[in-house]
Design a protein around this ligand. Structure first.
Ligand SMILES: Cc1cc2nc3c(=O)[nH]c(=O)nc-3n(C[C@H](O)[C@H](O)[C@H](O)COP(=O)(O)OP(=O)(O)OC[C@H]3O[C@@H](n4cnc5c(N)ncnc54)[C@H](O)[C@@H]3O)c2cc1C
Length: 442
């Protein structure tokens, strides 16, 4: 049966991956349809708050000056929480512009407008129910209302990607391979944010804090729970959230919403968000399986990009950059196949080669064991060291009429005996092997 194609390429999902894939195809002079189930741009998309400038500039360089950011994120803090306080490491660079705080509905709306101007046909409020096949190849999609046909379909439908699962490209997630995260948008007036976080009025600086430490409030006694909380400053809102592995949560019989409540009550965090009004509450999954759980990336007539392919570096909260660039490379692979009139898996496999040359597969490969190792040592990172750091600083900062020498000797003795020496070796092993993995990466 000969098929009448409506487009050269159909892209499913208008997140960063789908928009950048569609743009690339349109820029190559081909007809592309971008289908999105959400009525309004960005309403189904979620993240902590930082989008990375370098990937955005690569794709939107001519329009970059109009990007609707709220603050430049130039200050990064890693905070180890203990029950009563914290230890914080801060990196600040007034000239850094690597990350911008942008609300997702503004980001997606801005990207979609640019894509439409450059020829992408955007169809919001369009849920794709299934993929259409012929002779084993994907040749179109079925929405609630109609069918669209194209020789190439790009799946950029996010972490769940039911469509990729339906055609056997990817397995269903098991709970150990996903993080569940909840996030609140908290409204405060602009001046209050600037006073509390020591920020400038001209929006040229902003903060991202990443928190570790799970022995806080009602979470005390939690075991083997690797969780990361985060806070981002926007113009007149603060985003605060927490993410943890689904399996670890269920083993501890914890609900992620309750974890966030405990984080918000911590004495270090509560004053930062005092009197703020919650304007949004959202939850989302983050793929964590990385390189080892990567799906099959192409098949006849189909390519997967972004979160749908599991392209996230959850150690550094990087996902939008992976989505934008993998989308672009998926678009390039589609153009290659169209120009050669060959939509087979073999032809589309150029996509994987492009990913291998980019930071995407290089980073996923070098980080392939790191999350597992961090999780294995979660009691050290989240419990033991935050507590030991507290004890050390208690000695240093309290003039308690006991000689420092005796206190520090006692501290070191306890460090090496009470905590089994073997545990220390395991922690060091985790650190060195992770560094080696990064250094020896592809
Ligand atoms: C809590 C949290 C914090 C994060 N923080 C950061 C951060 O600070 N910085 C960062 O870079 N990354 C962060 N990430 C990761 C980042 O948000 C994702 O990696 C990125 O959004 C992935 O983009 P995507 O286009 O692949 O998928 P998505 O943005 O999820 O887009 C998928 C789109 O597909 C649509 N869709 C799905 N199914 C269908 C269907 N059947 N038919 C039609 N449309 C469909 C959805 O509605 C959605 O719009 C975070 C993620 C989470 C969850």
């Amino acid at each position: 049966m000969s098929i009448e194609f409506n487009a050269d390429v159909i892209v499913i999902g208008a997140g960063p991956a789908g928009i950048s894939a569609a743009l690339e195809v349109a820029r190559g002079g081909k007809k592309v349809v971008l289908l999105e189930r959400a009525k309004y741009p960005g309403s189904k998309n979620m993240y902590g708050g930082a989008v990375y400038t370098s990937a955005l500039q690569e794709i939107f360089k001519d329009d970059f000056d109009s990007i609707p950011y709220e603050r430049v994120i130039n200050t990064h803090s890693w905070v180890f929480l203990n029950d009563t306080g914290s230890f914080e490491l801060t990196y600040k660079n007034d000239e850094a512009k690597a990350a911008l705080a942008i609300k997702r509905f503004n980001l997606e709306a801005w990207m979609i407008e640019i894509a439409k101007k450059q020829g992408v046909y955007y169809a919001p409020n369009t849920l794709v129910k299934k993929l259409i096949h012929q002779d084993g190849a994907v040749i179109g999609v079925e929405t609630e209302l109609e069918q669209y046909y194209a020789p190439i379909v790009i799946l950029a439908d996010g972490v769940n990607s039911i469509l990729a699962r339906d055609i056997g490209l990817k397995d269903e997630y098991i709970s150990e391979d996903v993080i569940i995260s909840v996030k609140e948008t908290l409204k405060l007036d602009k001046k209050t944010i600037e006073e509390r976080f020591n920020l400038k009025e001209d929006l040229s600086n902003g903060i991202n804090k990443q928190y570790f430490g799970n022995q806080i409030g009602a979470l005390k006694g939690t075991k083997n729970l690797f969780m990361m909380s985060y806070l981002y400053t926007f113009k007149d809102t603060v985003m605060i959230g927490v993410g943890a592995n689904l399996e670890d949560l269920s083993k501890n019989r914890l609900n992620i919403n309750d974890v966030l409540d405990e984080v918000k009550k911590h004495p270090d965090i509560a004053p930062l968000i005092k009197d703020a009004q919650r304007t949004e509450y959202s939850a989302h999954l983050i793929p964590e399986g990385g390189y080892k759980k990567m799906p099959k990336l192409v098949s006849d007539g189909v390519i997967i990009a972004g979160d749908a392919a599991g392209f996230v570096n959850s150690v550094h909260f990087e996902g939008t950059n992976f989505a934008l660039i993998s989308g672009k490379l998926a678009g390039e692979a589609a153009l290659f196949a169209l120009n050669n009139n060959d939509f087979s898996e073999g032809s589309l496999s150029i996509y994987r080669k492009k990913l291998e040359k980019s930071f995407i597969l290089k980073d996923l490969y070098s980080y392939r064991n790191i999350i597992t190792r961090l999780k294995e040592r979660s009691d050290s990172i989240e419990n033991y060291y935050p507590q030991k750091i507290k004890e050390l600083f208690e000695i240093i900062t309290s003039a308690n009429c006991i000689s420092k020498s005796s206190q520090i000797k006692k501290y070191i003795k306890e460090f090496l005996t009470k905590r089994k020496f073997l545990e220390l070796i395991k922690d060091m092993n985790m650190v060195f092997r992770s560094i080696l993995d990064i250094l020896l990466g592809k």
